[in-house]
Design a protein around this ligand. Sequence first.
Ligand code: DC
Length: 218
Amino acid sequence: MIIAMDGPAGAGKSTVARITAQKLGFLYIDTGAMYRALTLKAMELNIGVNDTAALIEMARTASIDLVNNAQGVLTVFLDGKDVSAPIRHPRITKLVSDIAKIKGVRVIMLELQRKLGLARDSVLDGRDIGTVVFPDADRKFYIDADFNERARRRYKELKEAGQDITLQDIENDLRNRDNIDSTRECAPLKKADDAIFIDTTNLAIEEVVNKVLGYING
Ligand code: DC
């Protein structure tokens, strides 16, 4: 079974996808983490976001692995190295949308995402899972929340993780990424026609998970 979970950053989708996968015993595939790992590699190799050919070649030769432990916690490996922490750095967050908008990069990630998803029952979270990666997914969800609430949640999460960041930084980042992710030519962020829309603005994580499980089991 394939469960697609799309939506903008900060809507709660990754947490809901991870808990849902854990409860169902499915694999959790965080596709944003894949684009983040590529962005880290580009930074390490000093490849600029406009050097499309070099970025596509880099994506072709990168080895990205996602490993779930029994608690559903995800470890992201890039070329055999655990990069789970550095891919969440604000510098990566700032650049990732510019790399994720490159068609040649997306084609390579799409293949990898399909391969991972088809190997086991999976929950995939991202921006284009229900529209492009798995248009025939068994269940599709589009998870959203008010802009201010998304910014507030992201701010709290990063502050708790010890990052030196202001709410204004977060708002600027979210606005910028929402804009790039939803206006790009290739696989933009949008709700699939047959996706179930969940507004999480006034819902706790458990309430969202329960709703999702209700739709999956119903
Ligand atoms: O979910 P996230 O914030 O970790 O995703 C990081 C970026 O990756 C996001 O700004 C857009 C891009 N992305 C994408 O283009 N397609 C996906 N399926 C997942 C993420």
